[in-house]
Write a protein that binds this ligand. Structure first.
Ligand SMILES: *[C@@H]1O[C@H](CO)[C@@H](O)[C@H](O)[C@H]1NC(C)=O
Length: 222
């Protein structure tokens, strides 16, 4: 009798665990409490001195304020690898743009919190985007505005770490055949392009449209 009860208990336990696992993995409406759910990847592909980049990043700073689900943000850069170029990459707006790309990548490397590298630093640079990559005046000013030491970023920008970050970033962009600044990927899919005007934006290009795409991706389990 006692043994039968034991078997019953084990069977119930197995059924319970199986049900919980099923709810978590199969049934999408329960994903919002699934702690294993990964953040939705947002990727912007840009050139640091391009006005479309400024517009795009402004829109996404608003999108990030709206979305209620976890996201990851990456900004990658458009350029052509060329070992004869000063930073090993040819950038459309010249070597100062390559340096600007590197400064933004290095800042993120040093200060990975999105409120620092994106909302703080990059959006501040964008206010004077034509001066990006020209010298250390703008970068230092923007770092100071959010109370961050620019020294480690400068060391990264002037060394092989910076050129390596740019090379990897450009390769990520090339791997997707992305050529237009700014191109937006959400959840590893092309979502929209801002090239003077919005293009290929099935699903809309308002802040709330992007927010909806992100939330839907999260609730579907990416
Ligand atoms: C690489 O850069 C050099 C120097 O500006 C240029 O002469 C050459 O045409 C470039 N190569 C390619 C493949 O674009």
């Amino acid at each position: 009798m006692q043994r039968q009860c034991g078997i019953m208990l084990v069977a119930l336990l197995i059924m319970g665990v199986t049900f919980m696992t099923w709810r978590r993995n199969i049934s999408p409406q329960f994903n919002d409490w699934n702690p294993l759910q990964t953040p939705v990847p947002i990727e912007l592909f840009v050139m640091s001195k391009c006005p479309d980049k400024v517009d795009c990043e402004q829109v996404f700073s608003e999108v990030l304020k709206q979305v209620k689900v976890p996201v990851s943000l990456d900004v990658n850069y458009i350029g052509r690898p060329n070992s004869s170029q000063p930073y090993g990459v040819e950038c459309k707006h010249g070597p100062s743009e390559c340096l600007g790309n590197i400064q933004e990548l290095c800042f993120k490397q040093s200060y990975p919190d999105i409120s620092d590298w994106f909302n703080g630093f990059t959006l501040c640079l964008n206010e004077e985007y034509q001066d990006i990559g020209v010298d250390e005046y703008l970068t230092t000013k923007c770092a100071n505005r959010i109370g961050k030491d620019y020294a480690p970023v400068q060391t990264c920008s002037e060394g092989s770490e910076g050129t390596e970050l740019l090379k990897n970033s450009v390769e990520r962009t090339l791997s997707l055949n992305v050529e237009k600044s700014c191109t937006i990927y959400i959840n590893n899919k092309l979502r929209c392009i801002h090239d003077e005007v919005w293009k290929q934006c099935e699903g809309g290009h308002d802040i709330s449209d992007f927010a909806r795409t992100i939330e839907e991706a999260y609730n579907k389990g990416n």
